[in-house]
Design a binder for this molecule. Structure first.
Ligand code: AMP
Ligand code: MG
Length: 337
């Protein structure tokens, strides 16, 4: 299949044409990748089972891992869900559009392979002009997981999507790098107290300011997570990743030891830590946690098989968006020391 690539520029007319073209593809049952504020999504009409199955095929995604449905407005949200508790309206008021996915009772509008046969549906309103225009233009709920091959780091640029899915999908709207850089927070809103199923772009602390008490699914780190997708291998770079607690001194010690064993090391760390380390191959993610989140997946994709033998990555504080960063890094790591 030839993949159409629209490179969106500051050209209103061209962009309008691209979005119309992408919406037509979606409405005719094809798959299109598009940017959101978190990562790129691979979209298909969430009311069309044959279209949705193309997402699973292109990504090699396990069938029992449900997809998130994306809608343009709160009004469109109520098209796909059944009644929900009042605290959801408060959360929507503050965090939608934004990187927060609500798990709510499904009203059956989205087909079974979107929800993996569950009675609930994950739905969110993305906060990115291209995603919003595409959803408005197509006027359908769009099922969209991250637009990468399953198991790899999620795509935060059009080039990442192109590298993974070129020839396997009908189109891509390329608008350059996304902003947040890690996926949405998934929150189960089917009980009286909301439960975080996946940490993400909206932090626990932010949610608490709106709804008071909130729980974190205790199985997030366990073997049987409540969110089906959390159990699979995820975010894996081409080279084994070692996640290192204990700051730059411990990292330097490991670098020196492994280099003595003739192993080539690539390092990923905060800008501050990179300034203290002595090693050739090093990627600085930025100063604060939000900047680190936005550059994380790009960094995980940079070191290729053959370039280095091990990637060493610094462990970050599990506060604010650091919870999402560390959740992804623990899944990506083969060693956590
Ligand atoms: P992705 O779109 O690749 O970021 O993955 C979507 C995430 O949302 C996965 O972790 C899914 O398991 C989770 N998810 C989607 N729908 C539901 C649902 N109805 N119940 C629980 N988790 C869900
Ligand atoms: Mg994903």
């Amino acid at each position: 299949m030839e993949t159409i690539r629209w490179n969106l520029k500051n050209n209103y007319l061209y962009n309008q044409k691209a979005i119309k073209g992408a919406a037509e593809l979606l409405k005719s049952g094809s798959t299109v990748a598009f940017p959101t504020e978190t990562v790129y999504g691979l979209g298909a009409d969430a009311t069309n089972a044959a279209a949705v199955s193309k997402i699973f095929e292109a990504k090699g995604r396990p069938q029992d891992n449900p997809l998130i449905a994306h809608v343009a407005t709160k009004n469109q949200l109520t098209r796909v869900v059944d009644t929900y508790p009042p605290f959801v309206d408060k959360l929507i008021g503050v965090f939608a559009p934004g990187p927060l996915t609500f798990v709510l009772p499904s009203n059956g509008t989205c087909v079974e392979n979107v929800t993996a046969g569950l009675s609930t549906i994950g739905v969110r309103i993305p906060d990115h002009p291209v995603a919003c225009q595409l959803l408005t233009e197509s006027d359908i709920p769009i099922a969209a997981p991250s637009a990468n091959i399953s198991g790899k780091p999620s795509p935060t640029t059009g080039n990442h999507v192109w590298a993974d899915l070129q020839g396997k999908i009908a189109g891509i709207l390329d608008a350059g790098p996304t902003g947040v850089g890690v996926e949405s927070t998934v929150i189960d809103c089917t009980n009286e107290i909301p439960i975080i199923l996946r940490p993400g772009g909206i932090t626990k602390e932010q949610l608490e300011t709106v709804v008071g008490s909130i729980m974190i699914d205790p199985t997030i780190a366990g073997d049987q997570p409540a969110s089906p997708g959390m159990k699979y291998k995820h975010y894996s770079p081409e080279v084994p990743l070692w996640l290192v607690e204990g700051g730059y001194a411990k990292m330097q010690q490991i670098i020196d030891e492994e280099q003595k064993n003739d192993r080539r090391i690539g390092v990923i760390a905060s800008t501050r830590t990179t300034q203290l380390l002595k090693v050739d191959n090093i990627i600085a993610l930025g100063w604060g946690l939000p900047e680190i989140a936005s550059h994380l997946y790009e960094a995980l994709r940079t070191f290729k098989e053959g370039d280095v033998d091990i990637i060493l990555c610094e462990a970050f504080p599990e506060e604010g968006i650091g919870q999402a960063i560390m959740n992804r890094l623990k899944k990506a790591a083969s060693v956590y020391i």
